[in-house]
Design a protein around this ligand. Structure first.
Ligand code: PEP
Ligand code: MG
Length: 318
């Protein structure tokens, strides 16, 4: 039975006490989205729209964008699809948008910040998202990457709402955003934590440098403290705070995240079966205990080991 559970996933994901955890997929293209739907994802928690810009020297036309987004929306009729506006720069440079000469690209004009130098690109993208949204039944939410301040969140929400889209959100992937989540969620309807960048910026360890492996670890207690802070900011506003970074694909860490108050998880589709299999064996009480254990551990290794000891099901799943 367990082996079967690991091969495939069919939703919804209900914990032992009936608590429901929406499991969504991270996708970049229409083809990804169709594969994610076939793998059982309930929706898209992260559409990395820069994928439809990546091999281009010029901004894609509105028609090209509408078609690309529409292909993804079509794969999830009636379901939630979270569209992230273009996240260029640093590890994803784009010739027409980012400056290759920046001394520290990860700290430079990337993500939402490219709207400072190229406001029209962001505006035209949001127009295209709104047009594609109007032609499909998927429930479209739009979020901005690399938000660092309340001012940015407010300006982004205004831009999204002014295009007739009702639900604006921000990624929490910069430590300042995690610390300010309560205030940010007074401006936008939801947040999603990007643990890849949140870990990079919290630990000051370039995510592209494999040599820094033990620093680039979302189990680092400092990262967990920021995630909990972000989740609490959501709870205080009655707003949902999900996770769409790689951390959501780690079954033990997924339990910790849910125990910290994270309301949905989005991951690579191949991670869905294992994450669901483990979440289905625990209740919120145990998830909170796992979260407390991880949160109070002094090191990443102790956090991992402590949680593993509370979840023997992990050994069964291999
Ligand atoms: C993240 O930073 O965790 C994230 C989900 O975004 P990306 O990996 O695309 O930067
Ligand atoms: Mg990121």
């Amino acid at each position: 039975e367990r082996a079967a559970a690991l091969r495939s996933y069919t939703g919804p994901c209900l914990m032992q006490d009936g608590h429901r955890v929406p499991l969504r997929a991270n996708v970049g293209t229409g083809e990804d989205a169709r594969r994610a739907a076939a793998a059982g994802a309930e929706g898209v928690g992260l559409l990395r729209t820069e994928f439809c810009f990546l091999d281009r020297d010029t901004e894609p036309s509105r028609e090209v964008q509408v078609a690309a987004y529409g292909e993804v929306f079509a794969a999830f009729p009636g379901r939630k699809v979270v569209v992230r506006t273009i996240d260029a720069g640093a590890d994803k440079p784009l010739p027409f948008l980012t400056n290759a000469d920046e001394p520290n690209p990860a700290l430079g004009v990337r993500g939402y910040r490219t709207g400072r130098t190229h406001p029209g690109v962001l505006e035209r993208q949001i127009e295209a998202i709104a047009e594609a949204a109007a032609a499909h039944t998927a429930e479209i939410q739009v979020m901005a990457p690399m938000i660092a301040t309340v001012d940015e969140a407010r300006a982004f929400a205004d831009l999204v709402h002014s295009h007739g889209l009702t639900t604006a959100g921000v990624m929490i992937e910069v430590p300042s955003a995690a610390l300010m989540s309560q205030e940010l969620l007074g401006e936008v309807e939801f947040a999603s934590i990007g643990t890849n960048d949140l870990t990079q910026y919290t630990m000051a360890a370039d995510r592209l440098l494999g040599d820094l492996g033990e620093l680039s670890d979302p189990w680092q207690p400092a990262v967990l403290k920021l995630i909990r802070e972000a989740a609490m900011g959501g709870a205080l506003n009655g707003a949902s705070v999900g996770v769409c970074g790689e951390a959501a694909a780690d079954p033990a860490l997924a339990v910790v995240l849910v125990g910290m108050g994270i309301t949905s998880l989005s991951m690579s589709p191949r991670a869905l079966p294992a994450v669901a299999a483990v979440l289905r064996t625990v209740d919120m009480r145990l998830a909170k205990r796992c979260a407390g254990t991880a949160f109070n551990a002094p090191t990443a290794a102790e956090a991992r080991e402590g949680v593993r000891a509370l979840l023997p099901v992990l050994d069964e799943l291999g």
